[in-house]
Design a protein around this ligand. Sequence first.
Ligand SMILES: Nc1ncnc2c1ncn2[C@@H]1O[C@H](COP(=O)(O)OP(=O)(O)O)[C@@H](O)[C@H]1O
Ligand SMILES: [Mg+2]
Length: 318
Amino acid sequence: MTDVATPGDAPPIVIIGGKGGVGKTTVAAATALTLADAGRRTLVLSTDPAHSLGDALASRLADRPKRVAPRLWAAEPDADAAVRARVGQVTDDAYAALPRKIMPAVQRHLETASNAPGMTESALNDVFIEYLERVPRDWDHLVVDSAPTGHLLRMLELPALLTPWVRGLARQRERAVDADRFATGVLGTADEADDPLLARLHARRRRLEGAADRLRTEATVHLVVLARHMVLAESARAATSLTSAGFVLGDAVLNQSPSESDSTWHELAREQLGVPGVVELAAADSEPIGPERLRALGVALTEGGFPRGDHRTSTTNR
Ligand SMILES: Nc1ncnc2c1ncn2[C@@H]1O[C@H](COP(=O)(O)OP(=O)(O)O)[C@@H](O)[C@H]1O
Ligand SMILES: [Mg+2]
């Protein structure tokens, strides 16, 4: 592996975002291949319900990670299964904390919610969090081929948004346990040791808090853009929202970049997105499908220093 360019200090979690059709899947697959070629155990995960990662890698992918190259695994999680798992989880949490008599109403609400817009994306987020927890134990890097911009912010913010809900349920449960203890003459307030259901809610709260924290300290979001004003405008809005929500933006990719002599778009992208750097990726002669063609793009990205993050903690472990 001597002549393979090495991907600098890539952060553990690399999230590829951007408007529809700009090349997210292509960049995610190429980046993941390069990381794996450089000796890192890498999982590339599609969280776009309209999966196309398998098309890019020219491999039939499934719900569970499949090995597609040395040290590289890829997965296209089953969105329907993810929605069912999420509804099951929320129902279990509610059962743990809320009075039995309101459960039928909660159940009806959840059934409606499972068909609501955005549910699929947010359920795929739960899957993402599960894999995030397996880094660095099972993989050195997790590369995410994400859904188009609008969904990305919602997806990343979800663990932080869910935490108050789970915390609220835990408080409800504490009150119920306290009331029981009072009735039986036990003094003091309830804690996790007294009640397995309370312990479960607190465990879930800690997981969500941990994920929300890791998303802000170990992940970088890399926006892929094209030399188009509409693409830059949408990505600039996404960049602002992501930054104000506490996420770290890494280098952006200017895909299918215009001629090398014209640096206008490069500068424009850096300015409008407020990113540490912009890496240009030329248009390939033929559609970059399959590991060999993707590798050529991956090497070009790596030579541009991608996926470097401007990360507060990226220097601590790699
Ligand atoms: N640098 C590139 N050169 C040539 N074709 C590209 C390049 N990047 C992406 N493509 C092609 O553009 C199309 C859209 O890319 P894709 O990665 O699926 O975008 P997204 O995931 O953002 O929707 C695909 O056909 C892909 O093969
Ligand atoms: Mg895609």
